[in-house]
Design a protein. Structure first.
Length: 329
């Protein structure tokens, strides 16, 4: 079996996690790349992989099968398009790009190149979220009609994530994950309204210095799906410890869950359904390396020749439409 050769562009925190995941996947050769030579050299040397500073030169070499984009959001479009122009498969961290227009161009280029473009909405790969999807699809809960989603994090990792001009803020960074889950669980969103946004922490300690920031660090939105599920969604970059909960109400009960392994999933049913009992049903899902699971899926799709993938460009177009509506409101 020939190894799949991956170029990871961006050696920040997420790029390093991707590199570690690939090193645990059989049949993958990885090279890392970053404009910051010191960072690229440090990461490459630490994990014993080749490192580069110019991804365009690397693409021109013709030695790679795929590119993995872990650069800031505002650079995604250019790097992804260059990868497709060189006929490479693409994995890109979320969001794929900052506008519907750009994502549609990526879609067209992916069709031309006949290559996979998969986006890093990794929440779909958590066992707890896959369980929620299963009970919804099997009709265990009956018809869902209301949900509450929350995702909070501390922020403060990179300056660009807190500046509007570089596509920062909690909507692009955090709420986008919840929009993806809503589309996966309930189908298309027909209405989206931003109820509240604010910059709570206007000064941040980032990379050893205090900086002024202007991108929203808290946002609350209301969505309505084509199936008439109302969803209240809150995301923020002000929570000291990462936090996530989802709660769904339906005509045969409710489900409470989280991607966090230490928070139990509780399925409450008004009436028995199959193997699920009336009343509360408790589940605990183990902690997993979700990056490894997600990227192994990407590699398996490349090997199998699959083109319709989980979290493809179609999904990103839908997510971007919702975000554009929120930004416009």
């Amino acid at each position: 079996m020939q190894p799949i050769k991956i170029l990871v562009v961006g050696c920040g925190k997420v790029g390093e996690r991707h590199l570690l995941a690939y090193k645990n996947i059989k049949g993958v050769d990885v090279v890392v790349c970053d404009l910051n030579e010191k960072l690229a050299m440090n990461v490459g040397s630490r994990y014993g992989v080749r490192w580069l500073t110019d991804y365009l030169d690397a693409l021109e070499s013709g030695t790679f099968d795929a590119i993995d984009v872990c650069t800031p959001t505002f650079t995604h479009y250019d790097v992804v398009m260059k990868g497709l122009e060189h006929n490479l498969h693409v994995f890109c961290e979320k969001p794929l790009a900052e506008s519907v227009e750009k994502i549609k161009k990526i879609y067209e280029e992916a069709l031309r190149a006949d290559r996979i473009v998969m986006v890093g909405y990794l929440y779909r790969h958590y066992p707890s979220m896959q369980f929620v999807k299963k009970v919804l699809d099997e009709g265990v809960l009956g018809r869902p009609y209301y949900a509450i989603f929350r995702l909070g994090g501390r922020g403060g990792h990179r300056v660009w994530k807190h500046r509007k001009e570089t596509c920062g803020g909690t909507i692009f960074e955090m709420m986008t994950h919840m929009i993806d889950l809503a589309l996966w669980f309930f189908g298309d969103i027909k209405e989206a309204k931003l109820l509240h946004e604010n910059v709570i922490l206007k000064k941040r300690l980032i990379e050893g210095r205090i900086v002024d920031v202007n991108a929203e660090d808290v946002a609350v939105a209301l969505f309505k799906t084509e199936g008439d599920v109302e969803l209240l969604c809150e995301s923020d970059l002000i929570t000291p410890s990462y936090n996530n909960i989802i709660e769904i109400q339906a005509d045969n009960g409710s489900i409470f869950s989280s991607i966090l392994h230490y928070i139990p999933t509780i399925l409450y049913l008004k009436e028995n359904r199959g193997i699920y009992n009336r009343g509360p049903n408790f589940y605990n899902f183990p902690r997993i390396n979700v990056f490894e699971k997600e990227l192994k899926y990407f590699i398996d799709c490349i090997r199998s020749g699959k083109r319709e993938v989980l979290n493809g460009v179609d999904d990103s177009i839908k997510i971007a439409r919702v975000i554009e509506t929120l930004k416009g409101s």
